[in-house]
Design a protein around this ligand. Structure first.
Ligand code: GLU
Length: 446
C-alpha cells in the first residue's frame, strides 16, 4: 500500500493508527486453528452462552449439527470421462423451523467450513426472526474450470443425491459463493422431476420466471447498505460522502458497491480474486460492472490504481466491507486495517483474534449474522410467495427488507448498549436467546 496515503475523512473520525501487529506465524498450528471456521464459530457461541448463562445442554446441543450428509457426485465431463466430486449438506438446527442456507461451489470447501456456515445460518435466521434453522451445503469443485454443461450435470446429480434431505418443508437451499439463479433453476427442475410436479419452494434465489422473487439478487448487498445506513445514524456520521472499500465483487460485493454509490457513499476500492482497484476520488461502479461483464474480471480496469489482493483490507477508507470468503481479517492483518467500521458482507471474514485487535483499536465490526442477513430475509419472502403462489412487487420486498434489517440492527444495538458488549457478542446473545426459547419450548424428545 506504499503508493497510497491515508487522508482524513471529512465524514467521520478514523480508527487509531495501524499498529502493524503481526499476529501468529502464518505456518503455525495456532494460526491454522484461528482460521478454522468451526473452531471460530464455537468460540463465538461460548462467548454468548457464558454471558447469557443459558442452560449448558442448550449450548451443548448447538455444538453438534442435527444432520450431516456427505455425498459423491459422479459427473460426466465434456471429454467423456467421469469425475467424482465430493458434496455436503449440513443441517445444523431445526428448532425454529425448517433449515435454510446456501450451496457453495469452491475447490477448498471442507466439512468444518460447511458446519460453521450452517451454524451461522441458524444464528442469522434467529437474529432477523425468519422461521428457519440453519443449513449449508456445497460441492468441492472449481467452477471456473468447468463448462456450463459440466456444471449443470454436476448440479443435477448433486441435487438428486441430497434430495433425500431437502424439500420446501424440510430444508431449502439457496445461492452462495459461486452459485447463482441459473444453478438454483437446475436444482428446482431436478427436484421437481423427482417429485413428479413443480416444486418451486424447494430452493430460493431462482430466476423470477420459475418462482423467484423480485429483489432477491440484490438483497444481500441491499441489506448490507441498510445496516450501514443505520450504523451511520446511530454513530453520528453521514453515509453520503463516506469512503467505502468492498472486498469481493461477486453477487454481494458488486451489488453492495452499487447500492452504496446510490446512497451517495464514495466507493474508493473494490477487489475480486485476481486483485483490487483503488481510486480515492471514487470508482464508477456501473462502469466497472460493465467492464467485469465484458472481461470476466475487474483486473485491467484502466481508471483506478491496482491494489494487491492480499493487502486489500489495508486500503484507506472509512467503511471496509469484506464480502468474499472467511478469514479476510486475521491476527496478522487486523492491526493494519485503516477503516473505522467493518461491515461483514461475507460469512466469517473476521477471526476471533482479529475481532479482539479491532475492538482494542476502536474499530466497530457489524457482524455477518446481521450485516449479510438480507439474502436470507428475501429468500424467506421468496419461499412464502412460492407457497402461496402469490407474488409481491419489488417495492414491497425492499421496504419489508428494510423494516427487518432496521429492527434487527436496533435490537442488537439495544443489547450492545445495555450489556456493554461489542456488536458481534450482542448479535450472538440475541440469536442464542431466541434459539434457547425455542429449544426450551419444544423440549427433548422423547
Ligand atoms: N447464502 C446466503 C447466506 O449465507 C443466503 C442463504 C439463503 O438465502 O438461504 O446468507
Amino acid at each position: 500500500m506504499s503508493t497510497m496515503k491515508a487522508k482524513k475523512s471529512p465524514a467521520m473520525p478514523r480508527g487509531k493508527e495501524p499498529s502493524h501487529q503481526e499476529g501468529a506465524r502464518p505456518d503455525s498450528p495456532a494460526f491454522a486453528l484461528e482460521q478454522n471456521p468451526w473452531h471460530m464459530a464455537m468460540r463465538q457461541l461460548d462467548r454468548a452462552a457464558e454471558r447469557l448463562r443459558v442452560e449448558p445442554y442448550i449450548t451443548e446441543r448447538l455444538k453438534y449439527c442435527k444432520r450431516i450428509l456427505t455425498v459423491s457426485v459422479p459427473t460426466v465431463m465434456d471429454d467423456g470421462s467421469v469425475k467424482v466430486f465430493e458434496g455436503f449438506r449440513v443441517q445444523h438446527n431445526m428448532d425454529r423451523g425448517p433449515t435454510k442456507g446456501g450451496i457453495r461451489y469452491h475447490p477448498c470447501l471442507n466439512l468444518d467450513e460447511v458446519k460453521a456456515l450452517a451454524f451461522w445460518m441458524t444464528m442469522k435466521c434467529a437474529v432477523v426472526e425468519v422461521p428457519y434453522g440453519g443449513a449449508k451445503g456445497g460441492v468441492v469443485c472449481d467452477p471456473k474450470t468447468m463448462s456450463e454443461d459440466e456444471l449443470r450435470r454436476m448440479t443435477r446429480r448433486f441435487t438428486s443425491e441430497i434430495s433425500i434431505v431437502i424439500g420446501p418443508e424440510r430444508d431449502i437451499p439457496a445461492p452462495d459463493v459461486n452459485t447463482n439463479a441459473k444453478i438454483m433453476s437446475w436444482m428446482m427442475d431436478t427436484y421437481s422431476h423427482l417429485a413428479g410436479y413443480a416444486v418451486p419452494g424447494v430452493v430460493t434465489g431462482k430466476p423470477f420466471d420459475v418462482g423467484g422473487s423480485r429483489g432477491r439478487v440484490e438483497a444481500t448487498g441491499r441489506g448490507v447498505v441498510f445496516v450501514t445506513r443505520e450504523l451511520a445514524k446511530a454513530s453520528g456520521f453521514d453515509l453520503a460522502g463516506s469512503k467505502v472499500a468492498v472486498q469481493g465483487f461477486g453477487n454481494v460485493g458488486s451489488n453492495a458497491a452499487r447500492i452504496f454509490a446510490e446512497h451517495g457513499a464514495r466507493v474508493v476500492a473494490v477487489s475480486d480474486v485476481a486483485g483490487g482497484l483503488y481510486d480515492p476520488k471514487g470508482i464508477d461502479i456501473a462502469e466497472l460492472v460493465a467492464y467485469r461483464d465484458k472481461h470476466g474480471v475487474i483486473a485491467g480496469y484502466p481508471k483506478a490504481d491496482k491494489v494487491p489482493a492480499d493487502s486489500f483490507v489495508e486500503v484507506p477508507c472509512d467503511i471496509l466491507v469484506p464480502a468474499a470468503l472467511e478469514n479476510a481479517i486475521t491476527s496478522r492483518n487486523a492491526g493494519k486495517v485503516r477503516a473505522k467500521y467493518v461491515v461483514e458482507g461475507a460469512n466469517g471474514p473476521t477471526t476471533t483474534e482479529a475481532d479482539a485487535i479491532l475492538d482494542k483499536r476502536g474499530i466497530v465490526v457489524v457482524p455477518d449474522i446481521l450485516a449479510n442477513a438480507g439474502g436470507v430475509v428475501v429468500s424467506y419472502f421468496e419461499w412464502v410467495q412460492d407457497i402461496q403462489a402469490f407474488f409481491w412487487k419489488e417495492s414491497t420486498i425492499n421496504e419489508s427488507l428494510d423494516d427487518i434489517m432496521t429492527k434487527s440492527f436496533k435490537d442488537i444495538r439495544a443489547i450492545q448498549e445495555s450489556k456493554k458488549v461489542d456488536m458481534r457478542l450482542a448479535a450472538f446473545m440475541l440469536g442464542l436467546e431466541r434459539l434457547a426459547g425455542a429449544i426450551r419450548y419444544r423440549g427433548i424428545f422423547p
